[in-house]
Design a protein around this ligand. Sequence first.
Ligand SMILES: Cc1ncc(COP(=O)(O)O)c(C=O)c1O
Length: 396
Amino acid sequence: MRPLKSSFGRSWLSQWMLDPSVLYLNHGTVGAPPRRVLEAQQSIRDEIERQPSKFLLRELSAVSTGMPRREAPRLRAAALEVASFVGARGEDLVFVENATTGLNAVLRSFPLREGDEVLVTDHGYGSVVNAAVFHAGERGASVRAAELPPASRGKGAFADAVVSAIGPRTRLLVIDHVTSESALLLPIEEIVPRCRERGVEVAVDGAHAPGAIPLDVSSIGADWYVGNLHKWAYAPRSSAFLWAAPGRQEGLHPPVISWGIGRGWTTEFDWVGTRDPSAYLAAPAAIAFMKELGIDAMRAYNHDLAWEGARLLGAAWGTWPELPESMVGTMATVPLPERLGSSKEDAARLRDALLLEHRIEVQLHAWQRRLWVRISTQIYNELSDVERLAKAITSK
Ligand SMILES: Cc1ncc(COP(=O)(O)O)c(C=O)c1O
């Protein structure tokens, strides 16, 4: 096995609030912000509570009371820092609560007409596919899922499968940057231009991308890009961004309409009613923490651990899925031994047993008539954690 570089590992767990008696191989699912970032968020909350109306109604957004201020609204300043982290301009990016909200904004705003089609893939995230079906259904449009090949066929085959699924009525493609259950890095850099050439607009679901893989959003060429900050970019929940290409901001509305309507797209998204903005405002502290760790070193460690971990599990159970390493980020999905079942109930039972009997929290699901486990690897994990998972499964 390739030796894991760097000094990350178990000693870093103390930087997190995570219960040390549970082996956490599930960072990607709902994220886990480091203590340092939670402290930064708390000091923002303290500042809000000293003068709530001043902070929320005068300083937070361009929807403000009193005379205009010279300083940029707080959300715009934070958006600028997040934008430079993901390769975008501040004015092209707004905060949203999560990837689901960002994609709902795109889907509800997209001018679908009766008979149009939205293309998704059979690896698409369930809640996002539901949103596509709902919004398309309201306009008499439909949703179709492109069938993706086995991972062993490599990135090129994935791009071909998506592009060849485009039909005469396809107007919009919603495609994952990193798929959820299968945890595959999709070749969006190849897919996006090929769709645009065919007149199909593209919304990228990058729920798992920021912090996990290098990201240069504006060079992808998509129309919209949504990324969670609360998964791999260490920001507190709930924190995500929606990026829109300069020509694709007009007509784009948040799912909640409020005071900002008609005042430009960033103002509209920056105020969607009274809420706690501290998770967004703490995102720059999360970026600062990643930079202190060394973003490249952190990503390399997390990737190597996911990749070596997947190889270890595949070898232990005799189920190696022939993944190309270039399709693995900081998570990897491996089939479980067939004797452990194939149904949703089998998955739920096994997931409970891992947590309750072995104190291991990991994503486990039923898909294509078998069970799969998805490991998320973060700097507080080590290969011995994956070995523990391998043994727990072998004992079943
Ligand atoms: C690909 C993908 N899209 C969207 C989401 C939804 O993210 P959220 O629950 O933060 O909206 C997830 C969550 O895991 C995901 O994996």
